[in-house]
Design a protein around this ligand. Structure first.
Ligand code: C2E
Ligand code: CA
Ligand code: CA
Length: 439
């Protein structure tokens, strides 16, 4: 742990979490008595242990130490800087406002745009920072740190910026609410409070709906609709992502049975598969059991995975995806374009479809550069024999542009919002005439 006091930047101790808590609680109680504004910054660096193989096993520690020393130069004597995880820091900034917290966060990000030099080696490092504010975000220090951490996670996943405030973050909830949601989640999965909607996907080539994506919903008796990003993240944290994914497979199995009864055997269903589920140690056996148990073999089942998993797990991922392919499950790369998938990954991983993220579609009719990017992705995919789904088409102007590209499947509010299975079946049954007249 590091504590900056009286302008001395000396690290006191690393990873001594309990004395950090003691110090921060004591300082926070003084602050609450004085009723002054304070901010908490939660910083996570990208996985620095990746450097250890090439530069020595503790190079990440050296980097953390160097960075902490550099950061402490931006702090005042009453501020606290602590290392709270392998690659995580918390800063409590005294007498802080939203503006001063933002300035500090920007200085840290700006500092990281320069290489960090250790033993004559240069390292480029990125970080995400979540910020919570006292008293705005609560009056309990544990809660404020948790809120800043949740915000940091939200920034990592959903934003191209490196900095986020709790107010911009749907995942930052008062601690008691997130604890309650965590406690209620297992029963909600069992009792039907969590269920699935289906958002249809339309093929311009076939002039009909050809598939749907399952999207989880939670109608909580006290809090109402809980955003899926929130409860998925809770499920990932507390071991419930397995049961939730099984629930999705059961829903898909039931839906396929309905489609088959109506002769719609070629209609596909796409499931969002969390990296935690996919990379679990016993995944191979689990998935084999589930496919057999729920009669999914030979059905048109797609698994949507995200770019983050492609980056982190390339070797084991290849084996896992090959296993899925052996069950005829198609692999779709979701939110394509928002992460950093190298083009090489596309060439050697068995990816069937790219789902181009909605940010590329948004206002594509007004933005020539976006159109050029979209075109480049389509051409690249065609060269690699990879299918394309464009997500998030909201209006006819965007649709008119997307329509000009060959063989693209489209999904978005313009075509249909996520709906119940009954509504989907109704839509499919009436879609032939509707499709002809509308599109
Ligand atoms: P996603 O996989 O990217 O899903 C697409 C999201 O975009 C859905 O939000 C959908 O309702 C929304 N969307 C569809 N068309 C449009 C449009 O035209 N415009 C805009 N602005 N949005 C559109 P939703 O249902 O809130 O889901 C959010 C995220 O939660 C999903 O993003 C996915 O990452 C996650 N998620 C949802 N269900 C599951 C699940 O069963 N398992 C897992 N692991 N994740 C899930
Ligand atoms: Ca998806
Ligand atoms: Ca998506």
């Amino acid at each position: 742990m590091l504590k900056k006091d009286n302008n001395e930047n000396l690290p006191i101790k690393f990873s001594d979490y309990s004395s950090f808590q003691e110090i921060i609680k004591q300082r926070f109680s003084e602050i609450s008595v004085m009723q002054v504004f304070t901010s908490i910054l939660f910083i996570e660096f990208d996985d620095l242990s990746r450097f250890n193989d090439a530069f020595g096993f503790n190079i990440d520690d050296k980097l953390m130490l160097k960075i902490s020393e550099d950061i402490s130069l931006f702090l005042n004597s009453k501020d606290i800087l602590a290392r709270v995880g392998n690659h995580q820091f918390v800063i409590m900034q005294d007498l802080s406002s939203e503006e001063s917290a933002e300035i500090l966060a920007k200085r840290i990000i700006y500092m990281l745009s320069e290489p960090c030099i250790i033993d004559e080696h240069m390292f480029y490092i990125e970080a995400s920072i979540g910020i919570s504010l006292y008293p705005l975000d609560g009056n309990n220090i544990t809660e404020l740190i948790k809120t800043a951490e949740n915000t940091m996670k939200y920034v990592q996943k959903n934003s191209k910026n490196h900095i986020g405030f709790s107010k911009d973050n749907i995942l930052s909830l008062p601690c008691d609410k997130s604890i309650r949601l965590m406690a209620d989640l297992p029963a909600a999965i069992e009792n039907g409070e969590i269920y699935f909607l289906y958002q249809p996907q339309y093929s311009h080539t076939e002039k009909c709906f050809v598939g749907a994506e399952l999207l989880a919903r939670w109608e909580h008796p006290k809090y109402g609709d809980v955003p899926p990003e929130l409860f998925i993240s809770i499920a990932e944290q507390n071991g419930m992502i397995g049961p939730l994914t099984v629930k999705a497979l059961v829903a898909a199995s039931k839906a396929f049975a309905v489609f088959y009864k109506k002769g719609m055997n070629s209609f596909s269903l796409s499931l969002n598969i969390s990296p935690i589920f996919l990379m679990a140690r016993s995944f191979d056996e689990t998935i084999e059991f589930l496919i057999n148990q729920y009669d999914l073999l030979g059905k048109k089942l797609n698994f949507e995975i995200t770019e983050e998993i492609v980056l982190k797990n390339t070797d084991t991922l290849l084996k896992t995806l090959e296993k899925l392919k052996s069950f005829d499950i198609n692999i779709e790369l979701d939110d394509f374009g928002t992460g950093y998938t190298s083009l090489q990954h596309l060439a050697y991983l068995p990816i069937d479809t790219l789902k181009i993220d909605k940010s590329f579609v948004y206002e594509i009719d007004k933005d020539v550069k976006k159109r050029a990017l979209f075109k480049a992705i389509v051409e690249m995919s065609q060269a690699l024999n990879i299918n394309i789904i464009a997500e998030g088409i909201e209006n006819s102007s965007e649709n008119n542009i997307i329509k000009t590209f060959d063989s693209i499947i489209v999904q978005g509010y313009f075509y249909a919002k996520p709906m119940t299975l009954d509504s989907l079946v109704e839509k499919l049954e009436s879609s032939v005439s509707e499709v002809v007249s509308v599109y």
